[in-house]
Design a protein around this ligand. Structure first.
Ligand SMILES: [Zn+2]
Length: 436
């Protein structure tokens, strides 16, 4: 496609090297249709009948129709597709961990069959739980490897399903960061269990191995030292924080859920290593008890969650109390209000994409005066206020993308991935696309 060049500024510079947003954006329509279809009927969780396999891995064949073609189910041997077989091994081990460590039968506690899709989309740089299944992209192979290559990613996404069916923490601000952190907690426990490591022996890295060779990254996140997992000219540097003093106020990423999750992540790591033994047997049991206590509200903040873990800590109450204190979470901690989105009053259209498993934010800015007719025509057609009103029907799902549009000095409008119209889709593609 030959698109006339436009004035296009990507911020920060490493975004120039990123895969174009086109491929990820092409998925939105499918997701939107699917979400609408699901919303039409009552939400149910089917209990697994005896003849239904515990899990099924599907192949989307690099298209975006979910769930795709079933290619392997529980009890069947490896098929030779490394991605399918990694997903199969990952879900087997994840279900076993939850059964053995928490006496939990699948994510709903009632044996729900687990649906997984791999080879989703083309060069798709993400993995997510959409409320019905786990979905994995192959990565662009420029920055990201396939998202099944680090099995803790699967445990992380499964953890979102567990949270949805237990404390149902809202995916925004501190409750959203807790939602994220709990998935990382399960992922770390999972990784250490597979390696036979104690909490002290574990490396506390999440998403180790999802970057291609040559990217200066140990992993995507470091629970022991948030903000140190990567620092690379292409990728930028790890933006996570690990203390309330550094809490990030933002409207991106649903209020920085992948950034501020470093704070409760570090609290868990401190508690687990102080308690000793394995993370699963020690702090893992306390965190799981808190998650399933029935005493958390969906909008629980860090302090509320900390209080429930302290209450569940038993003989380890001092270790858990100290862990939260070390990251600055105290009883009177509150969610700082998001800062204003800056607006220079310029004649520009600005698009930001944030969230996703990696929790990274990309921004594109196109001058309306210098823009090609395509961009200007879309800007004249779209009604951001109507889109914002319509978006209320969509629930933000863990690790799915979030888009913010701003035209000239109008108010920024933020929409979940499933809520983009065809025009907004195209506009985002034009503004975020790689400068070719
Ligand atoms: Zn997540």
């Amino acid at each position: 496609m030959d698109i006339p060049r436009v004035t296009c500024t990507f911020i920060p510079p490493w975004l120039l090297e990123r895969i174009g947003a086109a491929d990820a954006l092409a998925l939105d329509e499918q997701l939107r249709v699917r979400r609408t279809a699901r919303a039409a009927g009552p939400r149910t969780t089917a209990a697994r009948a005896v003849d239904v396999p515990a899990w099924t891995v599907h192949d989307a064949d690099n298209a975006t129709k979910l769930p795709g073609r079933p290619v392997r189910t529980a009890g069947q041997p490896a098929i030779g597709d490394v991605t399918v077989d990694e997903a199969a091994d990952g879900i087997e081990a994840t279900l076993l961990m939850f059964a053995e460590a928490f006496a939990r039968d699948s994510y709903d506690g009632a044996g729900a069959p687990v649906s997984i899709t791999v080879h989703y989309g083309k060069d798709y740089d993400n993995a997510f739980w959409d409320g019905a299944q786990l979905v994995f992209g192959d990565g662009d192979r420029t920055v990201f490897e396939r998202f099944t290559s680090s099995s803790d990613v699967l445990a992380h996404e499964f953890g979102h399903a567990v949270t949805e069916h237990t404390a149902a923490l809202a995916y925004r601000d501190q409750s959203g960061a807790l939602n994220e952190s709990i998935s990382d907690v399960f992922a770390a426990c999972f990784k250490q269990r597979l390696a036979g490591e104690t909490a002290t022996e574990g490396d506390w890295l999440i998403g180790e191995g999802i970057f291609v060779a040559g990217i200066n990254a140990r992993a995507l996140r470091d629970m022991a030292a948030p903000g140190t997992a990567y620092d690379d000219p292409t990728l930028g540097s790890d933006p996570q924080v690990g203390h309330m003093d550094d809490y990030i106020r933002t409207t991106d990423d649903n209020g920085g859920v992948h950034l501020n999750s470093g704070i409760p992540n570090r609290a868990f790591q401190l508690a687990a290593t102080a308690i000793g033994g394995t993370s699963l047997e020690g702090a893992g049991q306390i965190w799981y008890a808190a998650l399933t206590s029935g005493t958390l509200t969906p909008t629980a903040d860090f302090a509320a969650f900390a209080a429930v873990t302290v209450a569940a800590a038993g003989e380890h109450v001092d270790a858990v109390t100290s862990a939260w204190q070390q990251v600055g979470v105290t009883a009177d901690a509150t969610t700082p209000a998001p800062g204003p989105v800056e607006s220079g009053g310029e004649r520009v259209v600005r698009v930001r994409r944030s969230g996703g498993f990696a929790g990274r934010t990309e921004e594109g800015v196109v001058s309306l005066d210098a823009a090609d007719d395509g961009v200007r025509a879309i800007v004249e057609r779209i009604d951001l206020d109507a889109a914002a009103a319509g978006a209320a029907a969509y629930r933000q799902m863990p690790d799915m993308y979030l888009y913010t549009f701003q035209v000239a000095d109008g108010d920024p409008v933020t929409l979940p991935e499933q809520a983009l119209s065809g025009d907004l889709h195209e506009l985002a593609e034009l503004v975020l696309r790689r400068d070719r």
